[in-house]
Every structure is written in C-alpha cells, then in structure tokens.
Design a protein around this ligand. Structure first.
Ligand code: 1DX
Length: 186
C-alpha cells in the first residue's frame, strides 16, 4: 500500500502512545523504515506487520487496532492535503459512500500502484444503507467499520454499523448494514 497508509498508522501510535511505544512496535514489526514516504508504494506485508505488532504490544485484538486505524484515517487524510478530495465526494455520509469508487478511480489516475477496494452502496430506506465491500486484500473488514465511523464523525452524524456478512472465498463479499441519524438527505 502507499506509504500514506503506513504513515497514518505511525502517526496514530505516536500521538496516542508516544515515541517509546512506537519504537517498540517498529522493532517488533521488524521494520527498518524510520519513516514512510506517502507517495511510495510498499509491500502490504509492512502494513500487516504494523497492525500485528501494535496488537501484540498494546495487548489489543488486531480487529480493534484496524477499526481504530480506520476511524483515524478519515481525519488523517484531511491533514495530508486530501480533505478536499473527501469533501468533494459528497456533503454527507451517504453521498460519500455512493461516491467512494469514483474517488478511488480519481486517485488511481495519478497513482498507478493503487489497488482500490470497491464499495457498493445500496440505499434501503431513509438513513439505512447496505454496503458491499470487496478488496484484493484479506482481513481488513474491521478497518471498514472504523472508516464508516470516521465518516460519521466527519459529518457529525450518529452512525451505527454491523457487519451482516463475512466474505467466504471468491464470489462472496463482506457486507455492512448502516443506520444514520439524522438521515442524510438524498
Ligand atoms: F469509507 O484495500 C472512507 O495503496 C472510506 O481493502 C474508505 O492500494 C474514506 F499516496 C493519496 C494516495 C497517494 C490519497 F498519494 C491514497 F497515492 C485514498 C485518500 C482514499 C483518501 C486504498 C489507501 C488503497 C491505499 C483499504 C483501506 C482497504 C478507503 C484504505 C480507505 C479515502 C484507502 O479513503 C483495502 C492502496 C489516497 C486516498 C481516501 C486506500 C490504497 C476509504 C476512504 N483505503 C493514496
């Protein structure tokens, strides 16, 4: 994944737990890198190693680390010059979710190594959405829960999410049921 993802993880650990904890996690992850470069592509294994090492060092389930990271990502990209990209995708949670694939297509035009996930969003009723998430990557569904909560926070919208389906091999996808309060205007 692009370095911006690893940078976000480092920044999250740094601000919440300090330099010493970060150094221990970096050592545990076996990463030589002192810092990541946002626009460089790194092996996914670096990201997984960071999540695993954070989970071990803090004694938290990897799922919780992924969820917290997902929530943080939304605010982090705003500090990295991508706030406009996100705001331009919509004026509320529902609009952004309906536009996420377009957003990734846009980013992918500039960054050829992007392997964007796909988010297929269906409006079930007022403030009620079903989201189908597919990805080339494994095990990141808990991060999607955090990403959704991050979007809720960004738009000051109370958001409830439950994963209603778990990917089991090819041809199936992770699914989430989302409830928004107040209902986003459509
Ligand atoms: F709900 O892969 C809200 O490297 C959401 O399954 C979900 O393949 C917001 F560095 C710049 C750059 C670059 C900007 F300059 C990415 F290149 C992308 C900024 C999306 C904001 C996807 C990051 C693929 C890297 C992926 C989880 C899980 C998507 C991370 C979150 C808005 C982004 O993000 C999976 C890669 C951006 C950029 C956003 C993502 C790669 C998301 C969201 N993804 C790179």
């Amino acid at each position: 994944m692009y370095g911006i993802v690893n940078k976000a993880i480092v920044e999250l650990i740094h601000t919440r737990f300090g330099e010493d904890t970060w150094e221990r996690i970096r050592g545990r992850a076996g990463l030589e890198e002192e810092l990541f470069i946002s626009l460089d592509a790194y092996p996914d294994e670096y990201t997984y190693a960071l999540v695993r090492a954070t989970s071990e060092e803090l004694g938290l389930p990897a799922e919780q680390v992924l969820e917290t990271f997902g929530e943080y990502w939304v605010e982090y990209v705003g500090t990295q010059g991508y706030g406009e990209l996100l705001r331009g995708a919509g004026n509320n949670v529902q609009e952004v979710l309906l536009n996420l694939d377009n957003l990734h297509t846009r980013v992918g035009l500039s960054f050829a190594h992007l392997r964007p996930p796909s988010f297929h969003c269906t409006v079930l009723g007022p403030g009620e959405l079903r989201l189908r998430y597919t990805s080339t990557r494994q095990g990141l569904a808990p991060m999607v829960v955090g990403l959704l909560k991050g979007l809720g926070r960004m738009f000051h919208t109370e958001l409830h999410v439950v994963q209603t389906r778990h990917k089991e091999g090819a041809g199936t996808a992770d699914e989430f049921l989302i409830r928004l309060q107040p209902a986003s205007s459509s």
